[in-house]
Write a protein of this length. Structure first.
Length: 148
């Protein structure tokens, strides 16, 4: 197998599927959506914690948070226990957007997975989980969800 060719195809296909199913129709860049979705479901975090958890570089996370803050989806606040720390918090507007956007994005992706068939959909998820674990040296961020 030509792994460089496979890597190029993976990048192209994954971007295409993400844009087609989730897209940027909601005024969100590709990196913003996962961050907002994660923040809407989890406790407040520092930018570094978010970057480490979601696999972004710190400079990229800063740009994403800046953009989400401009849109009114997140706010930065000083940590009340440690004034040196900055906490990123999802606003009600951000939570609403993440819920609405997530529902339509999930439905669209679920339709695509359904068209693939159960076997191929499971294989795709299995491969992506392995790649995620190898890339970030940790278990998938949705590992608890698999038990449902």
């Amino acid at each position: 197998m030509d792994y460089e060719d496979a890597a190029k195809k993976l990048i192209m296909y994954s971007r295409g599927v993400a844009k087609g199913s989730i897209g940027t129709a909601y005024g969100m860049s590709m990196g913003e959506d996962p961050v907002l979705e994660y923040l809407s479901r989890h406790a407040d975090m520092t930018p570094s914690e978010l970057a480490n958890t979601l696999g972004y570089t710190r400079p990229r996370m800063t740009r994403i948070i800046d953009s989400l803050e401009e849109k009114g989806y997140v706010i930065r606040e000083q940590d009340t226990k440690d004034r040196r720390r900055v906490i990123v918090r999802c606003t009600d507007k951000g939570r609403d957007h993440a819920h609405d956007h997530s529902s339509s994005g999930v439905s669209s992706l679920a339709a695509t997975l359904s068209k693939m068939g159960e076997h191929d959909a499971r294989e795709l998820l299995r491969g992506l989980e392995i790649a995620y674990s190898l890339t970030y040296d940790k278990e998938g961020i949705f590992k608890d969800d698999d038990k449902k």
